[in-house]
Design a binder for this molecule. Structure first.
Ligand SMILES: [Ca+2]
Ligand SMILES: [Ca+2]
Length: 578
């Protein structure tokens, strides 16, 4: 039997620690809380965890402004708690990927304070540049027009050092100077520190921002932009994004990880977060015969909207698959701590259909906590807003709505915390939308998620071929097959209307009927209560061994492929013997 490395076998589950589980009732999730919920992953059969930052931080950018790369913020616990966490996950054979916020530190980091004071060797740890000139009123003028991702000049004047420093993000997040070999060696020490603790991989945060062109030339204006002069989108970031040196640095990190992979006889992996065009992101894979990162994160599914067609979805899937270098492995992100939740973007029914697609396409789904419940963005009033990006720019930029507490049960604060007021409000729908309620319903989104995870162990999903079945403006469908095992057909009606389709007329190789493995929670009960009738239709079919699709009376449900009826936004996972 073929075998796959651990990170190719399973889904990656992205945990936003402040919102997962609070153990000490201060309203903020923490390591002890996370430890208390580790059996949840056993229930989900999820083995690979991706953790949001947990390092000491003044929290100007929700933990992405770090004052020490090798410690735990007291808010989340202690290093002892982290060690306990690692012991517990290793006992359960779970794998842990942590967030490596490499581009910048907090302005409270001792390195930055020493750098301001020009204490060696820290003087050039950051990007310091003299003022270009002085304005008429004697104000220093920044060296060039570079903009911060969060808006405004990327340069902030430091009165003490009498120079500007560069920051891709907030002024409280000065960029490290990766042209300085000492910085590179310090950051390698950080990677080694966590690898020694037993972590299995890193998500490289903001990878495309790691290097800036040393010539400090003005960036040209972006083409066709509606952005205002102050906004990041106003310029074309040819000197501050995706610079060639980035790949050299990542190769150094790769080599370091490979040493640990050899030592531990287990692959250590790199995820890359680079918000760029597909043709740029796929460079992080490295060329066909060289490995840089296993998982350059694929955010293309962010483009799917409520009105996307089947053809749109095909283009989104195809773009990555076609541009990806040979021999590499795809991945899919549907929601994250930086982007509105999929159920809010496209509605709960289509969200559950997209989940079927994402989970059964070739590659790795990266699932954001709560998406398995169909969790939605929570409306947060301005007084309760915590996201400094929104507080500095505009409320509509807030990422708080997708960061609200995990909905565990129907008790106070959804079982997240016993405090009076969690750090962000719990979504009001938690009474019905929670793990406990959904666990009790065999057709719920949670149970669907579990079935999809289980399906991913099928040989045709892990190793099989991938082919589009039929795609048009209404329908997106594909098959996964391998010789000698069950095949799967995934069909989604992207339209708002009912659709009847004869798949047999389109694809000769499909049987006239297939077993229904799962469909959306909204349509499940209805379909499964019609099961007897549907079963009669296929009395002639012999193979009845499909434990996944048994209805409540224990009979497998079959649907006709020559006359396949789909409700609005309905998705179906079907299986058949080849
Ligand atoms: Ca806590
Ligand atoms: Ca940088």
């Amino acid at each position: 039997m073929m075998s796959l490395e651990w990170w190719k076998r399973n889904v990656i589950y992205h945990i936003y620690i402040p919102s997962f589980k609070d153990s000490n009732n201060d309203g903020i999730g923490d390591f002890q809380g996370l430890i208390s919920k580790l059996d949840y992953f056993k229930e989900l059969r999820v083995y690979n965890l991706l953790l949001s930052p947990f390092y000491p931080s003044p929290m100007k950018d929700n933990g992405y402004d770090i004052t020490c790369f090798t410690d735990i913020d007291p808010m989340f616990g202690t290093m002892n708690d982290f060690n306990t966490f690692m012991n517990e996950v290793q006992e359960r054979k779970l794998n842990v990927i942590i967030d490596f916020v490499a581009n910048h530190t907090s302005d409270q980091h001792p390195w930055f304070i020493k750098s301001i004071n020009q204490e060696e060797p820290f003087s050039d740890f950051y990007i310091w540049v003299d003022a270009k000139s002085e304005s008429a009123d004697a104000r220093p003028i920044p060296p060039n027009n570079w903009l911060s991702v969060f808006g405004g000049s990327a340069w902030t004047w430091n009165e003490k050092r009498k120079q500007f420093y560069f920051h891709q993000f907030l002024p409280e997040q000065p960029d490290l100077n990766y042209h300085n070999p000492r910085v590179r060696s310090e950051m390698k020490e950080v990677l080694s520190f966590w690898l020694e603790k037993g972590v299995d991989g890193f998500r490289i945060d903001a990878a495309s921002h790691l290097f800036e062109d040393e010539r400090l030339l003005d960036e040209p204006l972006a083409k066709q932009t509606k952005a205002k002069k102050n906004e990041y989108g106003y310029l074309n970031h040819i000197y501050t994004k995706g610079q060639p040196e980035t790949f050299q640095l990542l190769k150094e990190w790769r080599a370091l990880l490979d040493n640990f992979s050899k030592r531990d006889e287990k692959p250590k992996i790199l995820l890359i977060e680079g918000m760029e065009e597909v043709e740029d992101v796929i460079h992080y894979y490295g060329p066909p015969h060289e490995k840089i990162a296993e998982i350059p994160m694929n955010f293309q599914f962010y483009k799917v909207t409520h009105s996307s067609t089947g053809i749109d979805v095909q283009e989104i899937v195809d773009e990555w698959l076609k541009k990806m270098p040979k021999g590499k492995f795809p991945n899919y992100v549907m929601s994250s701590h930086d982007f509105p939740r999929v159920a809010t973007r496209v509605g709960s029914t289509l969200a559950s259909s997209l989940q079927m697609i994402m989970m059964l396409l070739p590659g790795i789904p990266i699932c954001y906590y709560g998406d398995e419940l169909g969790m939605e963005n929570c409306v947060i009033c301005p007084e309760e807003m915590r996201d400094s990006f929104a507080l500095r720019t505009k409320p509509s930029n807030s990422r708080d709505p997708m960061r609200t507490p995990m909905q565990w049960d129907s008790s106070k604060n959804a079982g997240f915390s016993d405090c009076d007021k969690p750090w962000l409000p719990v979504h009001a729908n938690y009474i019905n939308q929670n793990v406990e309620v959904k666990r009790a319903n065999p057709f719920s989104s949670l149970e669907n998620f579990k079935k999809l995870v289980k399906l991913r162990r099928e040989p045709s999903i892990l190793f099989g071929t991938f082919d589009y079945a039929f795609v048009d403006s209404n329908i997106f469908s594909f098959t996964r097959s391998i010789v000698g095992a069950k095949s799967f057909l995934i069909v989604v009606n992207m339209s708002d209307g009912e659709t009847l389709i004869n798949l047999n007329a389109r694809i000769q190789s499909l049987p006239v009927a297939a077993y229904l493995v799962l469909t959306n929670p909204k349509y499940s009960t209805r379909l499964f209560t019609q099961a007897d009738e549907l079963f009669d239709y296929t009395q002639s079919s012999t193979s009845a061994e499909n434990t996944l699709s048994r209805n409540t009376t224990g009979r497998p449900v079959m649907v006709p492929l020559n006359n396949l009826y789909l409700q609005p936004k309905q998705g179906m996972v079907l299986s058949y013997d080849t």
